[in-house]
Design a protein around this ligand. Structure first.
Ligand SMILES: [Zn+2]
Length: 116
């Protein structure tokens, strides 16, 4: 595995997430501002789902950003590509699809089941 190109990819993803988070945070400010004005209930409902959606996107972006930073840290430690749960290798195909992946497919599936 070419760790250098993985690092560049992770850094590019992190930059992109930083930009998205900034934009989404901007929407959050707009939400507070809009809240000071009485609104048509239909409009308020539409805004709410819009805000909820952008908050969900923001939460996902923040989570992915911390995964990406953790992956960069693992490159520094030399443990990148090793599953954080079982210590086994994370398949390269999985890392290509999701370079910030910290776990092998089996351990991630287990974790996802526990979260739900
Ligand atoms: Zn594992």
């Amino acid at each position: 595995m070419d760790v250098l190109s993985v690092r560049q990819r992770l850094e590019a993803i992190c930059d992109e997430l930083d930009r998205s988070i900034k934009v989404l945070n901007g929407t959050g400010e707009h939400k507070q501002w809009a809240g000071e004005y009485p609104q048509d209930p239909a409009d308020a409902g539409a805004n709410l789902s819009e805000n909820e959606r952008s908050e969900a996107v923001l939460a996902a972006a923040r989570r992915q950003r911390s995964d990406v930073l953790a992956a960069l840290h693992r490159i520094d430690l030399g443990t990148y590509g090793t599953c954080a749960e079982c210590g086994g290798p994370v398949p390269e195909g999985r890392l290509e699809a999701k370079p910030e992946a910290a776990r092998c497919v089996a351990c991630q599936a287990k974790l996802d089941r526990r979260r739900r």
